[in-house]
Design a binder for this molecule. Structure first.
Ligand code: PGA
Length: 262
């Protein structure tokens, strides 16, 4: 079969799961198996595991990222971690604006924008998460919501900084629910996000920014999602906690890149 994708990103979002020991065992198992695979593989783990995980995986095809940070550099912000602190222990990438942060920790589009400004100014790559609720989808407001999330998050971010940004489209109704968006719905929204960004920056050329889909991805349904033309990979929550599941999703992405899928 012909090659249909040059690359795919498979990112695991471990959320508030896995002790340092559990994380180490997982990563030590994974790294020999993913050596030589072509897809980009990322694990977004808890702060506690980052430094160790980076050390274990530094010579392998596995990036380790944070799930969040605060936009101030230091100071009286009890309980927070700064981007500067992350850089100091070797973290080069982070999620920003995950819907659970928006819902449980009052993250807003303006605070997400401040975090992106901070990230691009000090050299952290970000995966910006956007997504609509079920109610917003049912009332056909999903495109409007996503457009606002994207344009607010990218407000006053220079075009050149787009190289540091990946977007993850994660409809809230599909996160942790087992109800995945159809490949067509996911593809339509990833395309829409790329168009929004092109409009914001007045671009005519093809965008290099990557847009992932996230929400109930498993080894069973990832192939159809990854094959869609405007989807550049997946952000995987629950299924990334299980070693065999995660490896199988990574392997599917690699097979697609190699043109090894039926
Ligand atoms: P899920 O989570 O795969 O468990 O639905 C995805 C996410 O929240 O990033």
């Amino acid at each position: 079969m012909n090659k249909i994708k040059d690359n795919l990103i498979v990112a695991g979002n471990w959320k508030m799961n896995k002790t340092p020991l559990e994380s180490r065992l997982f990563i030590e198992n994974l790294i020999p198996k993913i050596n030589g695979l072509n897809c980009d593989i990322v694990i977004f783990g808890s702060y506690l595991i980052l430094e160790n995980a980076i050390n274990i995986s530094k010579n392998y095809n596995l990036k380790i990222g944070a799930q969040n940070f605060y936009f101030e550099a230091y100071g009286a912000y009890t309980g927070e971690i700064s981007a500067e602190m992350l850089i100091n222990i070797g973290v080069k990438t982070s999620l920003i604006g995950h819907s659970e942060r928006r819902k449980f920790f009052n993250e807003t589009n303006p605070s997400i924008n401040r975090k992106i400004k901070k990230a691009v100014s000090i050299g952290i790559n970000v995966t910006l998460c956007v997504g609509e609720s079920l109610e917003e989808r049912h009332s056909s407001k999903h495109k409007e919501i996503i457009k606002t999330q994207i344009s607010d998050a990218l407000s006053n971010i220079h075009y050149k900084s787009l190289s540091k940004i990946t977007v993850a489209y994660e409809p809230i109704w599909a996160i942790g629910t087992g109800e995945i968006a159809t490949p067509e719905q996911a593809n339509e929204m990833c395309f829409f996000i790329k168009e929004c960004i092109k409009n914001i920056y007045n671009l005519n050329e093809e965008l290099t920014i990557k847009v992932l889909y996230g929400g109930s991805i498993t080894s069973k349904n990832c192939k159809e999602i990854f094959l869609m033309p405007y989807i550049d990979g997946g952000l995987v929550g629950g299924a990334s906690l299980d070693y065999n599941e995660f490896y199988s999703i990574v392997k599917t992405a690699d097979d697609i890149i190699k043109g090894d899928v039926l």
